[in-house]
Write a protein that binds this ligand. Structure first.
Ligand SMILES: Cc1cc2nc3c(=O)[nH]c(=O)nc-3n(C[C@H](O)[C@H](O)[C@H](O)COP(=O)(O)OP(=O)(O)OC[C@H]3O[C@@H](n4cnc5c(N)ncnc54)[C@H](O)[C@@H]3O)c2cc1C
Length: 401
């Protein structure tokens, strides 16, 4: 536990550093989240920012110093995240690696894997992607068919992954593959740290409804990898994947309180839009129906914040540690979608103007955010799947099938 005075001083130092070092907006269009990074320029802009924050000593508070982190200091991590959200600073492009690859490697990795992989991951020098989903194996992930076959040197991978965010920039993939086709579908899986520059790998971009890229399909044709790419034990892949998914859904993240300040920032922008946009000669902010909907969203954002605070108090969640974080992922992703939807409704026909159109209000931010918001309610478990899990494991309802 960091001393409160020390923490206050640390916060002041970081805020001063952020004000002095925050990068200026570039001349090209920036992606809205790490899920939409498409061009080399966008990648360079966000990667440089991650490096700068890491090199200044403000990133890696959940990784021991021996592996290139700043030591385990969750209070400092929370201070930094809150300041970044409030300043609407650029995101860290290796978000997926920082948030769910690093803690999985810390939990299951060998000493050699931790020493080799964690520092370049934190600095953004090596980008990671996640090769879990396949055609016909998304929600039912354990039915995946990509095969890993043992060879004299290690393994050979053949198969097809899909929806692989950032695969076009990645140096590494966390890869779930079937190593024993005769075992039951859970026991036959193993978890690999796969080098994307292996022969036989083909990365093909997929285009989203916004016209942006960001995710891909990845094909493996007998792609070799050495023995030490296996994470944990052979056949233990399903349990390790569940740990990764727990981190992906924010289930082990004590900083969801700070994320709620990002929600409130977004709501402030929506209120500003309501004040600037006219309907029947008056600002929409004076319309009682829109005011009511804005107030509802504000109350919900505050409730998500309180849920985050509650999930950080271990005595309140000890009986069901995953319940609140899972609910927060579900509620926050749908809340985001409703904010963007309401903005589009306020804009009326102007919501049809694309980001490239000079007349588009707020440079086309809102319709783009609405279309991108669907990804958040799907990735890491769809809303329907999360409702099933909460229904069965938290409320004790009968199983859905
Ligand atoms: C923006 C984005 C980025 C992604 N990035 C990655 C990535 O980097 N790596 C990766 O591995 N994957 C990634 N994914 C894939 C994501 O994890 C899957 O899309 C997700 O798990 C859903 O699987 P699916 O698309 O196969 O849909 P399906 O499982 O086919 O589901 C289709 C619909 O049926 C519903 N459904 C399915 N089963 C049930 C059930 N039992 N009860 C009720 N409803 C059900 C679902 O909720 C959904 O509405 C990404 C997805 C998106 C949208």
């Amino acid at each position: 536990m960091t001393d409160p005075d020390e923490l206050t001083q640390f916060g002041a130092e970081f805020s001063a550093w952020l004000a002095a070092n925050r990068p200026a907006p570039p001349s090209f269009k920036l992606p809205q989240t790490f899920l939409e990074v498409e061009s080399a320029d966008q990648m360079a802009y966000h990667r440089d920012w991650q490096r700068k924050v890491y090199d200044a000593g403000y990133l890696g508070f959940d990784v021991p110093e021996a592996y290139g982190g700043r030591g385990i200091e969750p209070e400092k991590k929370r201070v930094v995240e809150a300041a970044l959200a409030q300043a609407r600073a650029p995101f860290f492009v290796n978000f997926l690696a920082l948030t769910w690859v690093a803690p999985t490697i810390l939990t299951f990795g060998t000493e050699a894997q931790k020493s080799r992989l964690l520092a370049p991951l934190l600095r953004g020098d090596e980008i990671w992607c996640q090769g879990f989903s396949e055609p016909n194996a998304g929600s039912d992930l354990a039915s995946l068919r990509t095969r890993a076959v043992k060879t004299a040197e290690g393994w050979e991978i053949s198969g097809h992954k899909v929806w692989t965010t950032l695969a076009h920039f990645a140096k590494w993939m966390i890869l779930l593959a079937r190593t024993d086709p005769d075992a039951n579908k859970y026991a036959g899986l193993s978890y690999f740290l796969f080098p994307m520059d292996a022969p036989g790998v083909s990365v093909q971009p997929l285009i989203k409804m916004t016209g942006e890229g960001g995710f891909n399909q990845v094909l493996f044709d007998r792609s070799p990898m050495p023995r030490d790419c296996l994470l944990g034990e052979e056949g233990q892949g399903w349990n390790i994947a569940l740990t990764t998914l727990m981190f992906e859904r924010g289930a082990a993240d004590s900083s969801s309180r700070e994320r709620s300040s990002a929600l409130l920032e977004q709501l402030k922008r929506l209120v500003s839009l309501a004040q600037r946009t006219q309907r029947n000669g008056r600002p929409i902010a004076s319309d009682p129906v829109f005011r009511d909907r804005l107030a509802t969203l504000w109350i919900e954002a505050a409730a998500i914040g309180f849920s985050g605070t509650r999930s950080g108090v271990s005595d309140l969640v000890k009986e069901r540690p995953l319940a609140l974080p899972l609910m927060n992922k579900l509620v926050a992703s749908e809340w985001n979608q409703r904010v963007a939807e309401l903005a589009c409704e306020m804009l009326g026909p102007d919501a049809a103007l694309s980001a490239e159109d000079a007349r588009a209000p707020d440079r086309g931010e809102w319709p783009r955010a609405f279309m991108n918001s669907f990804g958040m309610t799907i990735g890491g478990g769809t809303s329907e799947i999360l409702r099933n899990i909460i229904g069965e494991r938290v409320l004790g309802l009968p199983k859905s099938k």
